[in-house]
Design a protein around this ligand. Sequence first.
Ligand code: PGA
Length: 261
Amino acid sequence: MAQNRKKLIAGNWKLHMSVHQASVLVHRLDEHTGAYKDVETVICPTFLALNPLHKEIDRKKFKLGAQNLYFKDEGAYTGEVSAFLLKDLVDYGIVGHSERRKHFDETDKDVAKKAAAAVRNEITPIVCIGEKQSQRQDGFTKTVVHDQLVAGLNLVTDRDIETMVVAYEPLWAIGSGDIAKPEDIEEVLKLIRKTIRQLYGDKAADNVRLLYGGSVTPEFVQDYLNIAEIDGFLVGGASLNWQQFSEIIKLTHEFESKSGK
Ligand code: PGA
């Protein structure tokens, strides 16, 4: 049931923030963020910053996530970082982000293997799916999202999905300042949960957490939190700004407190 799903706010710092800058930002966030029982906050810095931040962060306030992970545990794979190596550092791992799909040719099959590798290594995958502008214009949003979801979850079980996270991120709203309407988001999140219910059963559907991502700023958080199916946000640009990111976390906490959770 919805009330059991703890809100999740994940900050994807992408290819920003040196190790030093990441440390400064975490300290700023720490000063301005409470240890809220009703909101889980995840920081996803570059791989380089994971180890130092692992030692610095207050675990009551923040968890760490990887922005990507490789599905083979180890071997001759120059330049890759595997879920197996990340498991001591992170609780979460983003897989299938649209920038990985676009710039690094990641396919749905890769995403499925990465999600499975994360689960196998006790990392909670945040599986990203979403349509392009042209696909939305042509009326294919639901088909694209459905197909990416089914393919991305292909190698995990219904039990795994109970603890997993799916992020709906329409490509046209990412980093663009183009704002998705709550009703558009709600329609897609409903489809995602319904599809999971049909394929994996009630327990998986009731427990999987669904995030929205795409130009999320404090300004829209209130409206988005009113979307029945939403369990949090995957935040890019605004997570690089401690004022905005801590405001998003605070607003989510206040929303949860008001709803009596
Ligand atoms: P944005 O990025 O908030 O800057 O649009 C979101 C994301 O890419 O996850």
